[in-house]
Design a protein around this ligand. Structure first.
Ligand SMILES: Nc1ncnc2c1ncn2[C@@H]1O[C@H](COP(=O)(O)OP(=O)(O)O)[C@@H](O)[C@H]1O
Ligand code: SF4
Ligand SMILES: [Mg+2]
Length: 332
């Protein structure tokens, strides 16, 4: 049933997640048909504008939300077929850290108690062992032992985010979804926290799904990048290839707007301005959903949804007119 050496840690197939709205009968198509695998040991980056469904996807990956359609296999196993202890034992290997450093911390709880809490809920361990594991996790994330007795308001945002990481580490996860984990932090300490994630990955063999709207973050930490737009992937491939030689017009525009130095040719590439707002996920455009903002759009693009094609090794794109050389040229 599971876990050959090559079994992906996550296997997502045609995942769709819809939310009902107050408007009669309308539904938000937050995730609208994505398929991908996350391989053990990699960092899988997910980039996209606000509202493109990244958080919804991340919550589904750790079973905080159920798929409306499609499937997610965790290490080859469909968790929806499990219950009780079997479900808890598998679920704990998949954890999530959110953007807001305060979200998971109780202001009236000492740090050591906050970090111990997930293990206490999980059950099966004695008090001393829980305490030992919590202190070990704090030391791994670079929080000195004397902080254990403090309260959250006595810590900086970066320290609180380290404590949130310690909380999930106590459960010895295989995979952590990192949802905009440095977005709320001061720019000056983002690098330190990103380095901590990298160190933990090396030491503990962790796998990450790294969700962000910030290209400079995702391009630094990810092995592969998925570019999302209105609940679908536009492009997926090795980070360097996607950043350096994008295939999709949307990715090309995102890369061109990036102020920090990116690999080679893109530094000299002219900035492409994305016209207009991102359309509503209640009623995404027909055919290619990027077409209302695409400078290469043709009539065909309104009629047919692009197929998901592998144009370079391990590098996939959803655009009718992309070729292995890159995106289609802009319309005259
Ligand atoms: N619980 C919910 N109920 C209704 N709509 C939601 C809910 N969660 C998210 N949405 C909607 O789904 C879309 C995607 O949201 P989200 O996944 O948070 O995107 P992102 O993280 O990329 O900004 C948005 O239009 C958002 O308003
Ligand atoms: S399919 Fe058409 S609208 Fe969509 S990205 Fe390609 S050229 Fe642009
Ligand atoms: Mg989000």
């Amino acid at each position: 049933m599971s876990t050959g050496a090559d079994t992906p840690l996550l296997s997502v197939r045609d995942l769709r997640i819809r939310f009902a709205t107050l408007d009669q009968g309308a539904t938000v198509k937050a995730v609208d048909g994505v398929s991908f695998d996350v391989r053990a040991g990699e960092t899988f980056g997910v980039i996209g504008e606000s509202g493109s469904g990244k958080t919804t996807l991340g919550r589904a990956l750790v079973s905080l939300l159920a798929p409306t359609e499609g499937s997610i296999l965790h290490d080859g196993v469909d968790l929806s077929a499990l219950s009780g202890k079997a479900l808890r034992d598998r679920r704990r290997h998949y954890q999530i850290v959110f953007q807001d450093p305060n979200a998971a911390l109780n202001p009236r709880q000492r740090i050591l108690d906050s970090v111990s809490e997930p293990l206490e809920i999980a059950g099966g361990l004695g008090r001393d062992e829980i305490r030992r594991r919590a202190l070990d996790a704090l030391s791994r994330v670079g929080i000195p032992a004397e902080f254990a007795a403090r309260y959250p308001h006595m810590l900086s945002g970066g320290q609180k985010q380290r404590i949130n990481i310690a909380r999930v580490l106590t459960l010895r996860p295989k995979l952590i979804v990192c949802d905009e984990v440095v977005a709320a932090l001061d720019v000056s300490i983002r690098g330190d926290v990103l380095n901590l994630f990298a160190d933990l990955q090396r030491e503990l063999g962790l796998t990450y799904v790294f969700i962000t709207h910030d290209l400079s973050v995702v391009s630094h930490v990810s092995d592969r990048i998925a570019v999302t737009y209105l609940g679908r992937f536009m492009e997926l491939g090795p980070t360097e290839d996607v950043c350096d030689r994008p295939l999709h017009p949307y990715t090309e525009a995102l890369m061109s707007a990036e102020p920090v130095p990116l690999p080679s040719q893109l530094r000299t590439r002219k900035r492409i301005v994305l016209e207009g707002e991102i359309p509503s996920p209640i009623d995404p455009p027909s055919g290619c959903r990027f077409r209302t903002r695409c400078r290469s759009a043709q009539d065909e693009c309104a009629r047919r949804e692009p197929q998901w094609r592998e144009l370079r090794p391990d590098h996939w794109v959803a655009c009718h007119f992309a070729t292995p050389d890159g995106p289609p040229p802009p319309n005259p």
